[in-house]
Design a protein. Structure first.
Length: 265
């Protein structure tokens, strides 16, 4: 895949199921270890060699814009000269080499409609797409390679979700085994982390102006019926931050130094 291939990230959600952590923030800005989850996602892609990002904004979009506009000031020491020139001298801090396009895709637009609205910013033959609320150890370059070699329009990462409930093995009316910790569900579900040919934007996402197209409904269903949707099978770590319990789980991993998605220094 071209190193300039853009990564489209859906960042328009409200995070209503994790109100304890996100009541005043868009979901993509809920923090893991003091950094927004969208930052973690971007670091995952940058480690794979991709530096261009297109953020599909919606709910409280300014919070995301403001974070990155102030990014260097948040992480560096600096001296502010409040004189006539109002000069700022930065002394350290990490400067990412990211190129980020912030796209206002509407407050209530569905996922597919948001993607359709950023078509003008996709200037390569392929693009990546993911949700702004999940982290994983997905091999992005293996995904890209499988996508290109398949010749299909789209490739989705298939993951095994974990059950949120204790698993019981039952014999008649007796529980013979009880597993308190979540266990892996057999079969695959969509874990996001997509790769698409650019033609997907113009062919499968409805008409411009239609804000009710959900990526997960007609577009992907039609792509699958057309034999144009491949799967990259991912057997390792994956977690979406859907609930406050997920938020605590991911922050716990980070605090313990055991976050498997962190491959950067």
């Amino acid at each position: 895949m071209n190193p300039e291939t853009p990564v489209v990230i859906l960042c328009g959600g409200k995070g209503t199921r994790i109100r304890e952590a996100s009541e005043s923030l868009p979901k993509a800005m809920v923090e893991i270890g003091g950094r927004p989850i969208v930052w973690h996602i971007m670091k995952i892609y940058r480690e794979a060699g991709y530096r261009r990002f297109i953020l599909c904004l919606g709910y409280k979009s300014w919070a995301i814009k403001e974070y990155f506009l102030d990014y260097r000031a948040r992480s560096a020491d600096f001296t502010l000269s409040m004189s006539e020139k109002h000069r700022i001298d930065f002394h350290n801090g990490v400067d990412e080499d990211w190129e980020i396009t912030f796209a206002e895709t509407g407050l209530e637009a569905a996922t597919g409609s948001r993607i359709r609205k950023i078509a003008q910013y996709v200037d390569t033959d392929n693009f990546f797409l993911t949700y702004g609320d999940g982290v994983a150890t997905v091999d992005i370059n293996a995904l890209a390679k499988e996508h290109e070699e398949s010749g299909r329009i789209g490739t989705v990462t298939g993951v095994h979700p974990t059950s949120k409930f204790g698993e019981m093995h039952v014999d008649g009316n007796q529980v013979v085994e009880f597993n308190e910790k979540p266990t892996q569900v057999t079969g695959f579900v969509s874990g996001g982390f997509f790769a698409f040919k650019r033609e997907f934007l113009d062919t499968y996402l409805g008409e411009p102006g239609d804000d009710d197209v959900w990526l997960e409904h007609a577009p992907l269903q039609r792509l699958a019926r057309d034999g144009q949707l491949g799967v990259h099978q991912h057997e390792d770590f994956w977690c979406a931050m859907d609930t406050f319990k997920d938020y605590e789980f991911l922050n716990g991993l980070w605090s313990a130094g055991e976050a498997p998605w962190k491959t950067w220094a």
